[in-house]
Every structure is written in structure tokens, then in C-alpha cells.
Design a protein around this ligand. Structure first.
Ligand code: ATP
Ligand code: MG
Length: 439
């Protein structure tokens, strides 16, 4: 499942190299994904030509990682990373080496790759070279290290997280020896920069079974050694299968790809509370913005859930609580929460198995969407009246009372009780100041 234009231009690169007497193959993720029938986004090429020879052969090249033997070749619409056959030597501190050594043949190049499914090459006629039987492992659904797992993980500890990521995204399982290698080497993950681990977590969460990934990280013990210590107590491993159902249910819904929606579902399914989620993601080096967004969506949901559990609450009180929460947590949070809710209600069949927290209480109608649409102001700056004008009109000194008053006005406008017009708001403000003589 490679876009035809990409294949054609990739084949041109291979052809040009082979016509000059070099060997050249598609290799790695693109071959694996093609054999699995998955979409291919980019195609890597391995060749016997040196980087200098590659640069000389093509009109447009970029020396992306020339010290590692990689040159990017720009064709008409697509770019290809072309890497000279190499092996990696001198691993230091359990990270990928800074030095590489070029080698003569493909098989040695494949040998340095992490897993058998990533060590398959394909020539321009579609002929496959698979010395480590990656195809067999793909068919069996297993992740197997090339060579001794413990050695490969000791060389480069990131491979352990990659193993878990592939297991999660593809629904594969590590072989016995790969798993035991992982358990032996797990503490070495502490040498790897958290950003690189985070990049793997990002791919995991984007896939269909992120919970499986997190669980493998936990079962292997890796989670405890990931540079930033994770508050394990915060992760309560219950209702997990149901959680996968949640994510599966929203898979084709609008907004399903948004990381804040996916993380909010995943973490909430592990009973991580809204105020715990932000710090947790920040420790995993996710951006402040994403961490905050996830945290806010969960907090929003917690507020709404308390109301679901309270059957005595009136629809008006529910609406007013919704609006207050939307103002407090912001428009984007409310939007995110609504998208998530909509996706869940639409796609979670009543037969969905498992004990999904809050599912029994999930209302199937959506007054909230209506309430949300009716909100015309979200911030004090949206009001037609500002604090200075209130001070001028009342002759009082500013203070906390003013913020409180402004927030009251904001709520009243958001709830449709007051029009957002300067004189309307000012009259109301004066009346409040007069009745509350003590402020
Ligand atoms: P993705 O779908 O995420 O692109 P990928 O397998 O293509 O997966 P890349 O990081 O793009 O992953 O790497 C391309 C290829 O390089 C891999 O298929 C593998 O053969 C090799 N590779 C990548 N990282 C490592 C590593 N840490 N150790 C050994 N080989 C690696
Ligand atoms: Mg790739």
C-alpha cells in the first residue's frame, strides 16, 4: 500500500544506482509495512554506493546524516533516505553509536537492524531478501530481535521501547527470548533521553492498542526505569480491556486522531485523575500544552460525571454547572470534551463489553452541545464592559470584589441571562455593588 507515485520514483532511485553497478534495495519499515498491507509513508533505501557516490549520481540531494552514511535524495514529488550499507560499532552508554563502519554487503547491513521484521530488503523487481526470516515472524505476529536480544538491547536500549511500540501498534507479541532479553536489560533504558522514548509513546498512542503498549512497559519493568519516574500508584490497571474498546469505538470518529482525546481516554481508563494527568505527561516530556489539555479534558469529565451520579440534580443546575466549567477550563477544553463525548455516544454500542467507568451513566442525548453553542463569551476580554469602567462608574477601589463581579457578569452573559451590551452590564454591575454594600 505505497502511493504509486512514491513507488515509481523510488524505483527510479534504485534503477539509477543499479545501472551504475551498485546494489540498492528498499529496506526497513517500508518493506515491513508493505508486506503487512499497511500504508507506507516513506521509503528508505540501502545501497553499496558511498554517500559521495550517491551525491554525485543525483541532481538534488541533502546530506541529512552524512556521518552515518545517509543522504536524502529529492525526486520530483518524494524524498528518499539513501543509506550506505553499514554496521554500527562501538556502542557507548547503551545508545546508538556515533561512529559507523561501511560494509560490503546487504546481509551485514540487515544484521545491524533491530527486529527481524525490520530486516527485510526488496529490490526494484519486488524480490525479497530476508535472511532472518522476518516474513515468517510477521505471519506469526511476533517481534524477534536480530541475533541475541539481550546483546541487541544492551547495545541500544531504545530498541526495548521500540519492541513494545511495535507490539502495541501491530498487536504482535515479543518472542520468549526477546522478552527475556528485555527483562534482563530493562534498567538500561535510563540511559536513553526521555524525548526519544516519548517519540515512541507518541506512535503508540496514535495506534489502536496503546493500553497494550503501556501494559507491556509495565510488565517488563521498563516503566519504572524510564528516566522520569512514573507515579505507579497513579496507574490503576483495571477496566483495561474496556479502555481499548473506548479507543476502538472512537477510531473512526471526528477528532479520533487528536492526541489530547486519546491520552485523556487512555489515562482516565487507568484511573489517572485530571490533576495527576498533566504532571505525568510532563514528566514524559510531552509539551506543557498537551499535558494541560489532557488534564483539563479529564477534569471536565470528572465534573460532568459527578452530576451523572447525582440524580437529584435539576437540568438547570446541570446546565449552569456545565457553563461554569466551560468558562473555567476554557473553550478548547469544552470542545475537546464534547468531541470525545460525541464519539463515545455514537460509537459505543450498548453491548460493548467490559466495565467502562461512567459508561452506564453515559446519556445518549446531548444537551451539552446545544449549551455550548449558545455560549458567546469565554473570557473577560469578550465582555463589552471592563473593570476600569466599573471602577469609574462606582467610584470604588479595585480589589477581589471586582474580579468576582466580572466573573459573575461573564457567567450571566454566557448563560444568556444578560445581553453583552455596555449599559446593560453596567446597570447590572451597579445593582450588585449597591446590594452588596459591604464590598
Ligand atoms: P516507523 O513505522 O516508525 O517508521 P521504522 O521501522 O521504519 O518504523 P525507523 O525509525 O523509521 O523505524 O527506522 C527505519 C529502520 O531502521 C528500521 O526499520 C530498522 O531496520 C532500523 N532501525 C531504526 N532504529 C533502530 C535501532 N534503534 N536499532 C536498530 N535498527 C534500527
Ligand atoms: Mg520509518
Amino acid at each position: 500500500m505505497v502511493p504509486p507515485l512514491m513507488v515509481r520514483q523510488g524505483e527510479l532511485v534504485l534503477e539509477r544506482l543499479t545501472m551504475q553497478g551498485f546494489e540498492a534495495y528498499f529496506v526497513g519499515g517500508c518493506v515491513r509495512d508493505e508486506l503487512m498491507g499497511r500504508p507506507v509513508h516513506d521509503m528508505d533505501i540501502a545501497t553499496s554506493a558511498t554517500p559521495e557516490q550517491v551525491v554525485a549520481l543525483f541532481e538534488r540531494t541533502v546530506p541529512t546524516g552524512i556521518q552515518h552514511g545517509t543522504v536524502t535524495v529529492l525526486m520530483e514529488d518524494h524524498a528518499f533516505e539513501v543509506t550506505t550499507f553499514r554496521k554500527e560499532a562501538e556502542y557507548e552508554d547503551h545508545r546508538r553509536p556515533s561512529e559507523v563502519q561501511y560494509v560490503r554487503d546487504l546481509e551485514q547491513d540487515l544484521q545491524r537492524r533491530d527486529f527481524t521484521m525490520n530486516a527485510i530488503a526488496m529490490d526494484r523487481h519486488g524480490k525479497v531478501s530476508d535472511p532472518y526470516h522476518g516474513l515468517q515472524d510477521i505471519e506469526a505476529g511476533v517481534i524477534r530481535a536480530v541475533g541475541s536480544a539481550a546483546e541487541r538491547f544492551d547495545e541500544d536500549a531504545l530498541r526495548m521501547v521500540r519492541a513494545v511500540r511495535f507490539a502495541s501498534v501491530f498487536g504482535f507479541r515479543p518472542t520468549k527470548s526477546t522478552w527475556s532479553g528485555l527483562r534482563i536489560c530493562r534498567d538500561k533504558i535510563a540511559y536513553i533521553a526521555t524525548e526519544r522514548i516519548r517519540a515512541e509513546l507518541e506512535k503508540m498512542i496514535a495506534g489502536p492498542r496503546p493500553l497494550r503498549g503501556l501494559e507491556l512497559l509495565r510488565r517488563s519493568g521498563l516503566l519504572e526505569y524510564i528516566n522520569a519516574p512514573v507515579p505507579m500508584a497513579a496507574l490503576r490497571w483495571s477496566a483495561k480491556e474496556a479502555q481499548n474498546d473506548w479507543l476502538a469505538a472512537i477510531e473512526h470518529a471526528e477528532g479520533a486522531e487528536l492526541p489530547e482525546l486519546r491520552w485523556s481516554l487512555l489515562l482516565q481508563g487507568l484511573s489517572v485523575q485530571g490533576d495527576e494527568a498533566g504532571p505525568l505527561l510532563k514528566r514524559w516530556t510531552f509539551s506543557r500544552k498537551l499535558s494541560q489539555a489532557v488534564s483539563n479534558i479529564i477534569i471536565f469529565d470528572e465534573v460532568m460525571n459527578t452530576m451523572n451520579e447525582d440524580h437529584s440534580i435539576s437540568p438547570e443546575a446541570r446546565r449552569s454547572r456545565f457553563i461554569k466549567t466551560a468558562l473555567r477550563l476554557g473553550k478548547e477544553t469544552a470542545e475537546g470534551w464534547l468531541l470525545r463525548r460525541k464519539a463515545l455516544v455514537k460509537n459505543l454500542s450498548p453491548e460493548t463489553e467490559g466495565d467502562v467507568p461512567g459508561k452506564a451513566n453515559l446519556p445518549t442525548d446531548f444537551p451539552e452541545a446545544e449549551w455550548f453553542r449558545a455560549i458567546t463569551v469565554f473570557a473577560l476580554s469578550d465582555l463589552e464592559l471592563n473593570g476600569g469602567e466599573i471602577i469609574a462608574a462606582t467610584g470604588r477601589k479595585g480589589g477581589p470584589w471586582l474580579t468576582e463581579l466580572l466573573n459573575g457578569l461573564l457567567f450571566a452573559v454566557a448563560a444568556g441571562e444578560l445581553r453583552n451590551e455596555k449599559n446593560v452590564l453596567l446597570e447590572h454591575a451597579k445593582a450588585v455593588v449597591n446590594t452588596n454594600g459591604h464590598i
